[in-house]
Design a binder for this molecule. Structure first.
Ligand code: 6R9
Length: 645
């Protein structure tokens, strides 16, 4: 592909970087040749352990048995907070920027320590103990970070549920991991609008009899329902708490958190991450990928409800003693210049966001960017989905004025941290490529027979070995862990993504190979959306696929078969959209609903999604073999009535 531009490492990075190209090559080689030694050295350098490990790694992909630093002990909160007090007590740990540009806060490591200790005592006062699960359903206010760290401090396992999820989604996540305590707020704020978190939580909790305590941050002071025996006023209770809360000593393999993510079946999976390996991997990647130097101001725009928020707003940056910016708002409020105004206001050096945000802002014109100086910016990053070269170029030229490298970081909820990425001082960039593996990562591409693709070529993206940040199991369902990630290609971790490797060994992610959509960087299982649609009494069957969307990357396209005798109507369409909204949340709402009297099925009754995907994407001249369909005429009908995007 000779027309692909490459961008060399900028001069300033040649002079001032943590890892240059020669160091990358030699460290990478060392990490592959002698992983035990490599990871032991990193673990000693980056983490404060209470007790050292007996073995660095103990991994058997056949049984999906993954253990790192067994025998070692540590506390994650201690590593993110307490250990910085000696030298950084007065340094800002968190800059909070509210939805309303008039609201911001700056929290030092000393203040963070105090808040987290009190919050941990508050949890203890509600009888939360090591190993208990705590659900966090919060807006992007500093208390969400306090809540996560307070759990880590006492060894409770947090399960953060994105504030945009519906009561139904919240309920199923609370039940799956049997959380008995929920932390929420009266309301959240996003883009000038309120989000009724407490109301949603109340609704969800109607179906969760084991929840005995709901800690409520009265943030907007909205009118909310209150159950005296269950609900706890956060601010009022914090007053009475002591600042002293010793850290619970945890084993390296004790769980740190559960985070639910969509897969190809209807029920989201509780991805389980543990303490030692996860923290090491988050901290190491945060430092090297973002070339983080002491004193830098770092901003990741993700929500704490996603893995990116966990690893790169909270755990990685705080383990490194960084200043991390927590942003409550959205990129376009009050207007499309918000990101760049915030960059100037807080003198942000490192900025990490999603391609969907970049594409949305690109469409609003350059004046919003140009009105801010952005002179503090040194590095830009993206995550969540493939970035198209056009958006990459805009980000690079207009936002970064060609001086900031872009780290296109590929990873997953399951991987805990970044696996494929450039290092800004080491890697020549190619727009649209997540480039090369991080230390200790050995990617491979497999063809449809499961054979390794050598050199340039395409295939299923797998990992040939483990790394410390890898998930350990699906909470409560280890068989599902094995069948989802380790069965299809024995001996490998299967990512679910397809990829191409070019002649320089650079990786280009081509997208999911399973029934998972990526809408604005959010993972959605088609089966989850289908299950929501068929709840409607008028719906007989539904099939959901993705279609290319200029800003969101993919949009949701639903084929719906109605019960006989039911007439299609716009009102019914609206009802279905509302239903998906209510069952999952606004991010899953179908953009297109096509009434489909029949769906293309094999003779054994399997829906041929390949064909539905092509119709939705308007790739009609390339439908492939339709002869195995029970009724091939269905396809013509669907094409005739396909909706134009
Ligand atoms: C961190 C995160 C994971 C899926 C992943 C892939 C897609 C993420 C990407 C990317 C191309 C990148 N993805 N980063 N695709 N280039 N830089 O997003 O986790 O929500 O679990 O999604 O997102 O398809 O498999 P998660």
């Amino acid at each position: 592909m000779s027309d692909i531009k490459t961008y060399p490492v900028p001069q300033q990075y040649l002079e001032h970087t943590l890892i240059n190209n020669a160091q990358y090559e030699s460290m990478y080689q060392a990490s592959i040749d002698d992983p035990e030694n490599f990871w032991a050295e990193q673990a000693r350098a980056k983490i404060d352990w209470e007790k050292p490990w007996d073995s660095v790694m103990n991994v058997d992909y056949k049984k999906a048995h993954i253990r790192w630093f067994e025998g070692a002990e540590l506390n994650v909160c201690y590593n993110c907070v307490d250990r910085h007090l000696a030298s950084k007590a007065d340094q800002t740990a968190i800059i909070w920027e509210g939805d309303d540009p008039k609201n911001d806060l700056s929290i030092t490591y000393r203040e963070l320590h105090q808040k987290v200790s009190r919050f941990a005592n508050l949890l203890k006062s509600r009888n939360v103990k090591k190993g208990d699960r705590v659900c966090i359903y919060m807006p992007m206010i500093p208390e969400v970070v306090y809540a996560m760290l307070a759990c880590a401090r006492i060894g409770a396992i947090h399960s953060v549920v994105f504030g945009g999820f519906s009561p139904e989604s919240l309920k199923s996540r609370i039940l799956d991991s049997d959380c008995q305590v929920v932390i929420t707020a009266d309301e959240g704020l996003r883009g000038g609008k309120t989000v009724p978190l407490k109301k949603n939580a109340d609704k969800a909790l109607e179906g969760c009899p084991n929840v005995h305590s709901v800690i409520v941050v009265k943030y907007t002071q909205a009118d909310i329902a209150w159950q005296e025996s269950r609900d706890v006023d956060y601010y009022a209770s914090m007053e009475a708490m002591s600042d002293d809360c010793p850290c619970e000593i945890m084993s390296a393999e004790d769980p740190l958190f559960i985070l639910y993510t969509s897969g190809s079946t209807g029920q989201p999976k509780g991805v389980l991450h543990t303490s030692g390996g996860y923290l090491l991997y988050a901290a190491l990647t945060h430092q090297y990928v973002f070339d983080y130097h002491d004193g830098d101001v770092y901003w990741c725009t993700a929500d704490a409800g996603w893995i990116t928020g966990h690893s790169y707003i909270v755990y990685g940056p705080l383990a490194n003693g960084a200043t991390t910016l927590v942003f409550e708002g959205v990129p376009t409020y009050p207007d499309a210049g918000r990101f760049w105004d915030v960059v100037d206001k807080h003198q942000v050096n490192i900025f990490y966001t999603a391609p969907t945000a970049i594409r949305a802002l690109m469409g609003q014109g350059n004046e919003f960017v140009n009105r801010a100086s952005r002179s503090s910016l040194r590095l830009l990053g993206t995550v969540g989905e493939p970035i198209n070269p056009e958006a990459w170029e805009w980000y690079h030229q207009v936002v970064g004025e060609t001086r900031c490298p872009i780290v296109d970081t590929w990873w997953q909820t399951e991987t805990g941290g970044i696996l494929l990425t450039p290092l800004p001082g080491a890697t020549q960039l190619k727009p649209g490529s997540a480039t090369r593996p991080f230390f200790g990562i050995e990617p491979a591409l497999l063809d449809s027979d499961g054979k390794t693709v050598e050199g340039a070529g395409s295939g299923a993206l797998v990992m040939a070995r483990s790394w410390p940040g890898q998930m350990r199991t699906v909470y409560g369902d280890h068989d599902r862990f094995i069948s989802t990630y380790f069965s299809q290609y024995p001996g490998y971790y299967f990512t679910g993504d397809g990829a191409r490797r070019d002649e320089d060994g650079y990786y280009w992610i081509t997208g999911r190979m399973d029934d998972v959509l990526n809408v604005s960087g959010h993972r959605l299982g088609t089966a989850e959306i289908e299950s929501a649609l068929v709840l409607h009494e008028s719906v007989a069957e539904a099939a959901v696929v993705g279609f290319p969307h200029d800003i969101k990357g993919q949009g949701v396209y639903a084929y719906v078969t109605l019960m006989s005798g039911v007439d299609p109507s716009d009102a019914l369409k609206q009802e279905l959209i509302k239903l998906v909204n209510q069952e999952i949340g606004p991010i899953a709402k179908p953009e297109m609903i096509q009434w489909s009297p029949g769906l293309p099925k094999t003779r054994s009754g399997k829906i041929m999604r390949r064909i539905l995907r092509k119709i939705a994407s308007n790739e009609l001249d390339n439908l492939g073999d339709t002869s195995t369909l029970a009724d091939p005429s269905v396809v013509e009908q669907l094409i005739k009535h396909r909706l134009n995007q």
